[in-house]
Design a protein around this ligand. Structure first.
Ligand code: ADP
Ligand code: MG
Ligand code: MG
Length: 251
């Protein structure tokens, strides 16, 4: 599904190297977690994969289902099935949630050269997804994220993800200190959307998220590299011993 080879990335504006040879393979339907100390480059990895400005790839490659990702515009990446959940969802006053979701779905269809979704089909789809995710219909009518609680924003983000039916979902949930409720919402959403054709990369600073989302593989990132990979037990090792031992091993 996702294959990253020897990825090297620096800041565009400065001579600051952030990723120093990241290798990662995620198979169809697998859930991988990346953990690591602050500043190790976890968010940068997700930004580079989604096509955010400000970073320069100096070496390596990344592909989604065999398609080279790093050459594509962000819209094309979304059309190819990549979804990045934002750490800080934006509020869009004056734009209803339904309109926003429909615009997102149609933008994806356009990039795929598919016709726009009809009003009826859209309504059916959004109701079905909202039901699966236990989202109140009332939330669909409100302006995007305006006055939403943290938990509602999280729910809405998961709904966006569900509507776009991505093949590869990247969730960067670091640092923001998700409270227990938000963590549960994210986990329930991810678990509801898990399936054979959909893979997840969950980036987290905290082991507790992985109590709810059981990953197939865990990777530890430090100083711009993945220094160790293993199963869920690796997350527990971090929980019990912190990163110090792993860092000492990895250097
Ligand atoms: P993590 O998500 O693992 O905490 P980041 O990817 O956010 O790490 O950051 C990795 C390093 O790169 C940090 O030292 C951070 O300060 C730096 N960095 C990332 N993006 C930028 C940027 N746009 N401008 C300046 N420094 C950046
Ligand atoms: Mg950070
Ligand atoms: Mg981060």
């Amino acid at each position: 599904m996702l294959e990253i080879n020897n990825l090297h990335v620096k800041l565009e504006e400065e001579d600051k190297v952030i990723l120093r040879g990241v290798n990662l393979k995620i198979g169809a339907g697998e859930v991988h977690a990346i953990m690591g100390p602050n500043g190790s480059g976890k968010s940068t990895l997700s930004y580079v994969l989604s096509g955010r400005d400000g970073y320069e790839v100096t070496d390596g490659s990344a592909s989604l289902d065999g398609e080279e990702l790093l050459e594509m515009e962000p819209e094309a990446r979304a059309a190819a099935g990549l979804f990045l959940a934002f750490q800080y969802p934006v509020e869009i006053p004056g734009v209803g949630n339904m309109t926003f979701l429909r615009t997102a779905v149609n933008a994806q269809r356009k990039a795929r050269n598919e016709p726009e979704i009809s009003a009826g089909d859209f309504l059916k789809l959004v109701r079905e997804k909202a039901k699966t995710l236990k989202i109140d219909a009332e939330m669909l009518k409100r302006p995007v994220n305006v006055g939403f609680s943290g938990g509602e924003k999280k729910r809405n983000e998961i709904l966006q993800m569900a509507m776009l039916e991505p093949k590869m979902c990247i969730l960067d949930e670091t640092d923001s200190g998700l409270d227990v409720d938000a963590m549960k919402l994210v986990s329930e959403g991810v678990n509801a959307l898990r399936g054979a054709g959909r893979s997840f990369l969950v980036i987290t600073h905290y082991q507790r998220l992985l109590d709810h989302i059981k990953p197939d593989f865990v990777h530890i990132m430090a100083a711009g590299r993945i220094i160790k990979s293993g199963g869920p037990e690796l997350a527990l090792e971090v929980e019990n011993n912190g990163y110090a031992d792993l860092l000492a091993e990895g250097i």
